[in-house]
Design a protein around this ligand. Structure first.
Ligand SMILES: [Zn+2]
Length: 89
């Protein structure tokens, strides 16, 4: 799939956790609790994708789609575009 130009593999986290710096949960799943843990959640899978595809993933969406503001800013500063969706009820 990585070799097919019709597909783009993007980063969806290392352990599929909410990306938080204070452990905020989403959908009953405990988020990362520190900046270091959020960094690891983001960059662990980034390294795996780099190895598999030969280039860094350009986009990231966290597990459960939850980010806090610090985690969004960290993602941007690491050169990855944070993406998400909105839910309507
Ligand atoms: Zn998911």
């Amino acid at each position: 799939m990585a070799a097919d130009p019709l597909f783009e593999l993007a980063n969806h986290g290392t352990a599929h956790l909410p990306l938080s710096v204070n452990g905020r949960a989403a959908y009953g799943i405990q988020g990362t609790a520190t900046i270091a843990a959020a960094y690891d959640e983001l960059m662990g899978n980034q390294g795996i994708l780099q190895e598999l595809t030969g280039h860094p993933a350009r986009f990231f969406r966290p597990g459960t789609a939850y980010y806090d503001d610090v985690a969004v800013e960290m993602t941007r500063k690491l050169g990855i575009l944070p993406v998400n969706f909105t839910e309507t009820s």
